[in-house]
Structures are given as C-alpha cells and as structure tokens.
Write a protein that binds this ligand. Structure first.
Ligand code: ADP
Length: 363
C-alpha cells in the first residue's frame, strides 16, 4: 500500500473541477495515472524524507508504508546521486547511476523542485546506456583498426613522392593522396582521443603547473603561426595551477589556440590569458577573426559540426576539436564560454571551479 499524494488543485493545469465530487474524481484519476507510471515517482519533503511514492518506486526501492519520513539517502546511497541532489542549482539533465539491485541496469534520477518539496523521478535507461556504450566501442575499435593501414599507406606515399623519376602527371595525384591520408590520420587520432576520454571515467589527476603548460602551448602556437603572421600575446596573471589531466588539458588548450589562429585572417591579434576569477580560474583565447553567427554557437561542440566545411578542411580541421574540448572540460567540471560576433572576433574561455585550482607548491 502506498501513501496518498497531497495534490494542490492549483497544480492541475487544464483540469477545472466544477463540483466537489468532480474534483475528487479528477484527483483520483491523477493519482491512479501516477501510480500506473512505469517510472518511479517519489515526493520528498524539505527534510529529505520520503513523503509519497508510486508503485514503481515501491518495487524499485522495496519501500514499505513504515518508510514514510525516512531519508532518501537510506535508499539511494550512490555518491553521484547525493552530489546531484545537494547541488544548489540542480542540473536539468539529471544524474545516471548504476542500479544497486542489478549492476547491469542503469537508472537516471531527475529532480524537480516542487515548492519546499522535491519530486524525484527515476527512469530505467539501461537500453540507452548500452547503445551509448556500443557506439563508443564501435568508434574506438574502428579508429584503432584503421591506424595500422593508414600508417603503412602514409609511409609508402611519402617514399614514392620523393622519387626523382616520378612522371610529372602523377606528382599531383601523389600530393593529393598524401594530403588526404594525413587528414584521415588526424581524424582517426582525434576519434581515438575522444573515445579514450569518454571511456576513462576516473582519470588520474595530478598537479599541473599552468605557467609551464601555457608557455608550451604558446611556443607550439608560434610555430603553427608562421604562415599566418598573427601577433600572439600571452598574459599569465596568476601562478595558480590546476589539479587535472595534463595530456588532455594540453590538447584542449591547444585546440582553442589553433582554432583562433586558423579562423583569423592573416596578420590578426590573438590574446591568450590565464586569470583568477571569483569562481576559480579562467583560461581565455581572444581573436579578431571571422567570428561566429549566434545560431551556430550552441552546436559548435557537436562532433563534425562545422560552419564552413570547406574552410575547416582547407585549414586541416577534423571537426572534432571542440568536441574534445567539451569532454576534457567535463572531466574537470569546468565550463566552456563562447562569446563571438561575426566579422569581429571570438573569445573562447574555460572556467575552472575553485575545487580544481591549486596554488603553486612551495619548494
Ligand atoms: P575544426 O577542426 O573544423 O576547426 P572544431 O571542432 O575545432 O573543428 O571547431 C568547430 C567549428 O567551430 C569550426 O569548423 C569553425 O567553424 C568554428 N570555430 C571554432 N573556433 C573558431 C574561432 N576562433 N573563430 C571562428 N570560428 C571558429
């Protein structure tokens, strides 16, 4: 037997009871509908205690009538759930946890604040989770398998291209084959990096000396910049470093800097900065390049999303750089901010939370 849900008539939207009996009928109808849902629905009071639940929740959490008022954490102990539940601004997309009754099942918990109370809905997302996993494995395996044939092709093409007796009408063809295999190789490497970041749930975090890392990124940028002739400034306002994954961060920072170089007409100005903020620390790359129209900004971190495919290809882009940036930032609980005006320029910033900021060790 479940507890009865206290329903406020004002919450009923289009249902407008005309009499007391009518109202009771409608209330019963709503209650039965929630009871019949396959997803678990739980109403939690402001003390985190169970207030009301439907049949699916009763089956999932093995609840009994006497559990009314018990803390939700007595039934769902996953640390990810507690973190999600207690975050001040509850993220809209919920949290995925492994089922505590069957490790092969995956659940998604979603909380909607409801006055002083909270409505928790738990969905079974096992099928979605397995499909995601299959997609990740497939992309990872295909990329891995393509690596060796590509390396062999690149080696032979390189050798043939340098043959002095190569007929001139073949030379152009060889040049194009060399360019395209190198491009394919970059795509495969980026796909492999993406799958590695996605699969590694717990990556090793170490202290990163940001001054050192930024100087390294800046030196690489200067080398890449030779054919563009931009002026690149590096401004480091704090010695604070980060607790993070150095290899992945290096890749994310470089992607933003290389993009600024690629998408700025020759002789532009690019500023790279590392500053302390009220939230933590911020890495920013500002350019005075081609900019981005606002309707594209939301989708830029999708794999292979490119505003101008021709331009991206011409500059050697894989269309995966910002997807890599997004995943690396997710690992560090950091946010990506994109401010851009078409024809004026763009600023891409990574905002790292204070929890990941570390002051330089005293030697
Ligand atoms: P790509 O390999 O094509 O550069 P990314 O994922 O790094 O792929 O970037 C996605 C798209 O975002 C690019 O194709 C480009 O259209 C746009 N973009 C990224 N950075 C900038 C920038 N600094 N200025 C203008 N457009 C940019």
């Amino acid at each position: 037997m479940s507890n009865t849900m206290p329903i406020d008539n004002n919450q009923q939207g289009t249902l407008e009871p005309t009499s007391e009996k009518n109202a009771t009928d409608q209330l019963n109808k709503i209650s039965s509908a929630v009871q019949a849902l396959k997803d678990a629905v739980i109403l939690i009071n402001d003390d985190d205690g169970l207030e009301w639940w439907n049949q699916a929740a009763e089956d999932l959490l093995l609840l009994q009538v006497t559990d009314k008022g018990q803390s939700i954490f007595d039934f769902i102990s996953a640390p990810e759930f507690r973190q999600y539940y207690q975050s001040t601004t509850i993220p809209n997309d919920g949290v995925h946890i492994e089922s505590w009754r069957d490790a092969k099942r995956y659940l998604k918990c979603e909380i909607t604040p409801f006055g002083d109370e909270k409505l928790l809905i738990i969905y079974d997302v096992t099928r979605l989770h397995n499909l995601e996993e299959m997609r990740r494995d497939f992309v990872g395996n295909v990329s891995h398998e393509l690596r060796t044939p590509l390396t062999v092709m690149m080696g032979y093409l390189e050798n043939f291209s340098h043959q002095p007796d190569m007929p001139p009408h073949w030379r152009r063809g060889f040049e194009l084959m060399t360019q395209q295999t190198a491009r394919m190789n970059r795509i495969v490497n980026d796909l492999l990096l993406l799958s590695r970041i996605e699969i590694e749930e717990a990556h090793e975090l170490t202290y990163i000396d940001m001054t050192k890392l930024l100087t390294h990124v800046y030196d690489d940028a200067q080398a890449y910049n030779q054919s563009y002739g931009h002026t690149i400034h590096l401004q480091i306002d704090t010695y604070d470093g980060l607790q993070g994954s150095e290899m992945y961060l290096n890749s994310a920072l470089s992607n933003l800097v290389i993009n600024a170089i690629k998408y700025t007409p020759k002789g532009g100005d690019i500023s790279i900065s590392w500053t302390k903020t009220s939230e933590g620390c911020k890495f920013a790359v500002e350019d005075n390049g081609i900019g981005i129209a606002s309707q594209h900004i939301e989708r830029l971190t999708e794999r292979f999303y490119r505003i101008d495919k021709g331009r991206s290809r011409a500059t050697g882009g894989t269309g995966l750089g910002l997807a890599i940036v997004k995943h690396v930032l997710y690992q560090h609980e950091a946010k990506l901010q994109i401010d851009s005006v078409e024809g004026v320029g763009s600023t891409f910033s990574m905002v790292f939370p204070a929890a990941y900021v570390r002051s330089a060790p005293t030697s």
